[in-house]
Design a protein around this ligand. Structure first.
Ligand code: F6P
Length: 354
């Protein structure tokens, strides 16, 4: 039987559809195991500022289908300071919080490690629309965001076709091109600009000219945000000048971050939430709950973060030295898998857009 009295649950970083399903799953799974639950409001800032509330089974009723997060979210700078961390630990002690489930992106996992190192066992759940956590094939919110992007781009397609125009559409992703490349494929885009692949602008211009000569009326070009020279109106102007096709620019921005979670997000969040509680109750800590090849698995949070930094080009070379040869292999394979997925999707788009 577990010695846990209470666990805390929080959502941190950019909100993502499905976070409420995590909160519900964690709460219900804990209560089913005789453990009380404290909801921490506003991510880590709720710990720093003593802003928490008791969660009953009824408190998490009727949220399974709602976007955003009932616990609210924040990116808390104070939590990263010594003073902020001391306040957070004091709040955990005050409310007898014996362990925490933290749902968010890579910043959230750094916070989880800090708490674990201070004696509060913490488990991370990947919740971000960006799908940019290297240790997991999937992050909660990604499917909903992609479907929203698809729906919005479909609307632009309608009007592009009617008016024989091109539309450049910028979608979120924070240096990760998953939402962009998948919605580009799903919406029949002629091209897609993502950080993960070099973009040949001239080839795209030539293609648009060739396709227009062939009778194609509407064109969609999807661009992932934050890419200089492309995620901006000027790119649309260049397309218009170079190809003669009238071109508009649209930025979907936070629209793709809201909305009711899809079935994929609800089920994945429910599975991950329950797994996180199970891990905590059997004494585990410092893990990220991941999905790999359709299975829910637990990955050491330090290994997950090294894999992430390596993939994102932020790791110092000596960072790999502390891992065994077997672990190094796992870390490298995670990055390779992610790169291959982008190569395949990009090649698919090139092959079938025309
Ligand atoms: O991480 C989720 C995300 O929506 C990114 O796609 C985007 O770059 C960022 O958050 C936007 O952050 P904010 O909500 O602070 O504008």
């Amino acid at each position: 039987m577990s010695q846990f009295r209470r666990i805390g649950v929080l959502t941190s970083g950019g909100d993502a559809p499905g976070m409420n399903d995590v909160v519900r799953s964690v709460t219900r799974a804990a209560l089913s195991n005789g453990v009380e639950v404290i909801g921490i409001n506003g991510g880590y800032s709720g710990l720093v500022n003593d802003n928490v509330r008791h969660l009953s089974a009824r408190d998490v009723s009727n949220i399974v289908n709602i976007g955003g997060t009932i616990l609210y979210s924040d990116r808390c700078k104070e939590f990263k300071t010594e003073e902020g961390m001391a306040k957070a630990i004091a709040v955990c002690e005050k409310y007898n919080i014996d362990g925490i489930v933290a749902c968010g992106g890579d910043g959230t996992f750094r916070g989880a490690t800090d708490l674990s190192n201070r004696g509060i066992p913490t488990i991370g759940i990947p919740g971000t629309i960006d799908n940019d956590i290297t240790s997991t094939d999937y992050t909660i919110g990604y499917d909903t965001a992609m479907n929203t992007a698809m729906e919005m781009i479909d609307r632009l397609r309608d009007t592009c076709e009617s008016h024989a125009r091109c539309n450049v559409v910028e979608v979120m992703g924070n240096h990760a091109g998953g939402i962009a490349i998948q919605s580009a494929i799903a919406c029949g885009a002629v091209a897609c600009v993502i950080c993960e692949k070099n973009f040949d602008e001239k080839a795209m211009m030539d293609k648009i000219k060739r396709l227009r000569a062939d009778g194609k009326r509407g064109f969609i070009v999807v661009v992932s945000e934050l890419i200089p020279n492309y995620a901006e109106e000027g790119f649309a102007k260049r397309i218009q000048e170079e190809t003669g096709v009238e071109t508009k620019f649209a930025r979907l921005a936070h629209v793709v971050r809201g909305g009711n979670p899809t079935l994929r997000d609800r089920v994945t969040a429910s599975r991950m939430g329950s797994r996180a509680v199970a891990e905590l109750l059997c004494g585990k800590s410092n893990l990220v709950i991941c999905e790999q090849a359709g299975e829910i698995v637990s990955v050491d949070i330090n290994l997950a973060q090294t894999a992430d930094r390596l993939y994102k080009g932020k790791a110092k070379p000596e960072e790999l030295d502390r891992y065994s040869p077997e672990e190094k292999k796992i870390i490298l394979a995670l990055g390779d898998k992610k790169r291959k997925r982008f190569d395949d999707m990009y090649a698919l788009l090139e092959e079938i857009s025309g």
